[in-house]
Design a protein around this ligand. Structure first.
Ligand SMILES: C[S@@+](CC[C@H](N)C(=O)[O-])C[C@H]1O[C@@H](n2cnc3c(N)ncnc32)[C@H](O)[C@@H]1O
Length: 253
């Protein structure tokens, strides 16, 4: 069985949106603030799917960073990389190469979930530092829909095993507390079922043609085991795993 991380695996199959609530959650985030004439940072942009949409739709300057150089190369070499207001560069959420108070908005989808508690806090402190006063953090993550601690532990264990990297999703209250304790407030959020690998979610996020391509790739001999294992874990815990999309504002500390 391949031992590559879940999002790298799904990207290899052809999936473009590697986030739990798909385009629905991303569109909700986009509606939470005015995105025109802004300086926007996307952290964890991967192949640039959200960055291209932002650059096309908004009259803003978009800077997109990821620590995965291979994904960034794919973004840079994409046919869609034609926008003068968009720049891709290597970057790590833990130490962003930008001055204090540079950005109005930060997009961060499906990344904080991948970090442990201390790393989440380090990233949030960096976001707080590079955001202007009253700047907005738009994040989208995996949400635990159960308060049963034993079940939470079991879900986290099985998810981490199946996607070959440790993940630490949180409950709604825990996500909100994390943000509030690290310099963010005036929070708005929405949550719902995780749609990453559901048939409806795939079609909505990727379109019919790309969904067929993804499924065809998923059932190739070399991919079948990992795909089925991932899908089975998400299916097994479908009542207990969801997405959360959160808009929060930098607070004066
Ligand atoms: C699950 S993928 C989500 C990609 C994209 N945001 C999306 O929603 O489709 C998480 C991305 O975050 C990136 N990432 C993880 N830790 C990071 C860090 N410390 N700094 C920058 N990028 C990071 C990964 O390389 C990966 O591209």
């Amino acid at each position: 069985m391949n031992k590559i991380m879940g999002h790298v695996f799904l990207s290899k199959l052809g999936k473009k949106r590697l986030r739990p609530g798909g385009v629905k959650a991303t569109n909700w985030l986009k509606k939470q603030t005015n995105l025109n004439n802004k300086n926007i940072l996307e952290v964890g942009c991967n192949k640039g799917t959200t960055s291209f949409e932002l650059a096309r739709k908004y009259n803003s300057i978009i800077t997109a960073v990821d620590k995965d150089l291979f994904a960034l190369e794919q973004a840079k070499n994409s046919k869609k990389n034609k926008y003068k207001n968009l720049t891709f560069s290597p970057g790590n959420a833990f130490k962003l190469e930008f001055s204090n108070e540079t950005f109005d908005v930060i997009f961060n989808e499906a990344m904080l979930t991948m970090l442990n508690q201390n790393s989440k806090i380090t990233a949030l402190k960096e976001y707080n530092r590079v955001l202007k006063d009253n700047g907005v953090l738009l994040n989208h993550d995996i949400c635990l829909l159960t308060n049963d601690i034993q079940l939470q532990k079991q879900i986290i264990k099985e998810m981490s095993e199946t996607i070959n990297t440790s993940v630490e999703p949180k409950t709604v209250d825990e996500w909100l507390f994390l943000l509030e304790s690290n310099g963010f407030g005036q929070i708005k959020y929405t949550c719902g079922k995780m749609t990453l690998l559901t048939p409806r979610g795939l079609i909505k996020d990727e379109g019919i043609v790309n969904t067929f391509k993804i499924i065809r790739n998923a059932f190739k001999k070399e991919n079948k085991v990992q795909f089925k294992t991932m899908r089975n874990v998400f299916k097994k815990y479908k009542k207990h795993l969801g997405f959360i999309a959160i808009a929060s504002f930098k607070q004066k500390i």
